[in-house]
Each structure stands twice: as structure tokens, then as C-alpha cells.
Design a protein around this ligand. Structure first.
Ligand code: ADP
Ligand code: MG
Length: 382
């Protein structure tokens, strides 16, 4: 480090005294940067969680700097992007005919590549806006939904590079989630992670830096919202929007039996009269409507346990199952999984951020990903 500083000092001698002052300032900044950034010097490497519901960007030494919905609003007539992220999400269910709101990763596959590429570039540029003047191009570890094909994964990597990354490395979602949740993924012990996102739930058993067994199903938060919408339509002839269904789930939804019978007022459009209407719904009804989705998730956990080698299964019994992803915030889901498997269940500290934190932490292990295909390969989605 001192060597670099000397070189800069020598260079400044040839510059007049005004610009010299500027150079000296930069040297001080560089000196600090060197200390804190360690061997990766000036580059601020990034971790990206390209989720079906939310996209997060982690900047090395800073943490998660961006959390926005994986949503894009597009003007279909002009073929132009109208809004990305939060701004686009606010338009869901409220657009005129010429604007379409797209969730490009909704079912764990890329619905529209061009839109995804524009969205990635928008997020990367936003996250890198405050980078130091001296920062070199960042390396990026990126987590993509496991349903996407190798070709689509390649396409996301290319989009990431186009947006200014030096290189981009894919990482399997449950592996990133496990690292982010602080599980001992490199040790010879079995860790089970269940990541309940918007479009997919991923269950995996990890040991010695690799995924031993895993399962990915297309039942997660979105299906819960859909189940609520269907229930209210069927029993109350009331049509509600996607975002209302999600807030009902978050407010009074729960897995299993309800303990306190809360109620909630819901507004929507009466299917018989066509007019706006308000109804009151109970937590018990919502919980019942979520039963099928919860059962699918429990079954995915059970079937993964059945495929787990006995030594690792014993480790999991001792250490418990860890839940991540926004779906793990559904009330009581940890208790239901624990009751059904007879294994203790814990929710990660920041379940919505675990994958992004995991991509960030794994920037240290880029070499491992290049040589260990098991980590970056995808389980087949069902
Ligand atoms: P992804 O990784 O697929 O982008 P996330 O991990 O960001 O998904 O989780 C998003 C899902 O979590 C959404 O379906 C959202 O409705 C759900 N979610 C977020 N908070 C809660 C909550 N408090 N209760 C129930 N579900 C929640
Ligand atoms: Mg996720």
C-alpha cells in the first residue's frame, strides 16, 4: 500500500499547486480505501439476488443497498419501459390499456428477456451510482431462480456484464440463502434450508460446500395470494386485486390453526352488481384458504428429508431447519413445518435479505464457484 501512495506522491510533484491539493485529497481517500477493501483494492464487488418477487443488490463492505420489486411497466404501443421497481409495482392493477406491468421472473423463468436485461441494467446502475471515482469494474455473484435454463442464465450474465460488471458468477439460490442465513455450509455437517419466495420454494440439504439434495416447487407466496383471491371470489362474489390479496396475507394470514380470530375489512368489486363493495373477513377463513399452499411446502420439505443420507438427516435433526425468503414471514409457518417433520425450525434473522447477503459473502469464494459445478448448477424445478 505504501508503495502505491509513494507513486502517487511523486506524480503530484509535477502538477501545479491547485490541482496538487486535489490529488493529495484523493491519496488520503485511496489510502483509506486500501485498508478497508483488503486485497480487492478499489473494486466494489456486488452480490445480486434476482428474485421472482424482489431484486436486491449487496455492495461489498456496505451491505444491501437496493431492495426493489422485480417489476417492470412497459408501454406496449411504443415498446418503451415506463417504470422499474417500486414505481412499476405501484401501477399493478391501475394501468390504462397501453401500459402493461410485467413481473419478468414471476414463475421462476424469464418471461421476457429484453425487459429483464433493461431491469438488470437499471438496478446495477442505481446500485453503482455512488461508487468511488477510482473503483474498477465490479465482479458480481448473481443468484437467479432455479427454474431458468442455462441459456437464460447465460443471458442474465451477459446483461449483467453489459450493465458494467467485469465478470458475473451464478450461484444456486438455496446455497446463497444458506450462506446468508449463517449456516455452516463448508463444514462436513448437514444443513437444511427452505427458501420460500414469491414464485418458488427451494428446499436443499447442504454439506461440504455443495448441495447434497434439493427440491424446487412452484408453490410460494404468489400462490398464497392467488388462493386468497379465489376464496374471496368464490365465497363473497368479490373481485380483489393482487396487491390487496398480498396485504390480507401479510396482515391476517397464517399457516395451520389460528389462535386469535382477527378480522379485516376488504374492498373490491362486487361481481354481481359490478359496483365497489366492502366485506369483513376473518383470519380463520384466510388461514383455511392457505392450507393447500402450506401443505405443498411441507410436502417438499418432507420429500427432501426422505432423500437425505442418514448421517446428514441426523445432523438436521440436531441443528434444525432454517427458513428464509419472504414466505417464511407467514405467521406460524415455522411451527407447522416443525410439527409435521418433528424437527426444530428457525427463521433466519433477515429472511428477505438472506440470499442477497449470501451472494455478498460468497464474493470471497468466486474461485470455488468456478471449479465446483455443484454450487452453481440448478436443481430441476417441478
Ligand atoms: P423472491 O426471492 O422470490 O423474490 P422474496 O423472498 O422476496 O421472494 O419473498 C417475497 C414473498 O414473500 C411475496 O410473496 C410476499 O408476499 C411474501 N411475504 C413478504 N412478507 C410477508 C409476510 N409478512 N407474511 C407473509 N408473506 C410475506
Ligand atoms: Mg429469493
Amino acid at each position: 500500500m505504501s508503495c502505491d501512495l509513494k507513486l502517487y506522491s511523486v506524480a503530484t510533484h509535477k502538477i501545479n499547486r491547485y490541482s496538487k491539493a486535489i490529488y493529495i485529497k484523493r491519496i488520503v481517500f485511496l489510502g483509506k480505501g486500501r485498508f478497508s477493501l483488503g486485497r480487492f483494492s478499489f473494486s466494489q464487488d456486488l452480490g445480486i439476488d434476482l428474485g421472482t418477487a424482489n431484486t436486491l443488490v449487496f455492495v461489498k463492505n456496505k451491505g444491501v443497498v437496493l431492495r426493489e420489486p422485480t417489476v417492470v411497466a412497459k408501454n406496449i404501443e411504443a415498446g418503451e419501459i415506463e417504470a422499474v421497481g417500486n414505481a412499476a409495482r405501484n401501477m399493478i392493477g391501475r394501468t390504462p390499456g397501453n401500459i402493461s406491468v410485467i413481473r419478468p421472473m414471476k414463475d421462476g423463468v424469464i418471461a421476457d428477456y429484453d425487459t429483464t436485461a433493461v431491469m438488470m441494467q437499471y438496478y446495477l446502475k442505481k446500485a453503482m451510482r455512488k461508487r468511488s471515482f477510482f473503483a474498477s469494474k465490479p465482479n458480481v455473484v448473481i443468484c437467479v431462480p432455479s427454474g431458468i435454463t442455462m441459456v437464460e442464465e447465460r443471458a442474465v450474465i451477459d446483461a449483467t456484464k453489459q450493465a458494467g460488471a467485469k465478470d458475473a458468477f451464478p450461484i444456486a439460490e438455496p446455497f446463497a440463502a444458506a450462506i446468508g442465513a449463517g449456516l455452516p455450509v463448508w463444514e462436513p455437517t448437514g444443513s437444511m434450508i427452505v427458501d420460500i419466495g414469491g414464485g418458488t420454494t427451494e428446499v436443499a440439504v447442504i454439506s461440504l460446500g455443495g448441495i447434497v439434495t434439493s427440491r424446487s416447487i412452484r408453490t410460494a407466496g404468489d400462490d398464497m395470494d392467488e388462493a386468497i383471491t379465489q376464496y374471496i371470489r368464490k365465497h363473497y362474489n368479490l373481485m380483489i386485486g393482487e396487491r390487496s390479496a398480498e396485504s390480507i396475507k401479510m396482515d391476517i394470514g397464517s399457516a395451520g390453526e389460528v389462535e386469535t380470530n382477527e378480522e379485516m375489512e376488504i374492498r373490491g368489486r362486487d361481481l354481481l352488481t359490478g359496483l365497489p363493495k366492502t366485506i369483513t373477513i376473518t383470519a380463520e377463513e384466510i388461514s383455511a384458504s392457505l392450507n393447500d399452499a402450506v401443505e405443498d411446502i411441507v410436502n417438499a420439505v418432507k420429500s427432501t428429508l426422505e432423500k437425505t443420507p442418514p448421517e446428514l438427516a441426523a445432523d438436521i435433526m440436531d441443528r434444525g431447519i432454517v427458513l428464509t425468503g419472504g414466505g417464511s414471514l407467514l405467521k406460524n409457518i415455522d411451527q407447522v413445518i416443525s410439527d409435521e417433520t418433528k424437527i426444530p425450525v428457525f427463521i433466519a434473522e433477515n429472511p428477505l435479505d438472506s440470499v442477497a447477503i449470501g451472494t455478498g459473502k460468497s464474493l470471497e469464494y468466486i474461485k470455488h464457484f468456478q471449479t465446483n459445478p455443484n454450487v452453481s448448477s440448478h436443481p430441476t424445478i417441478e
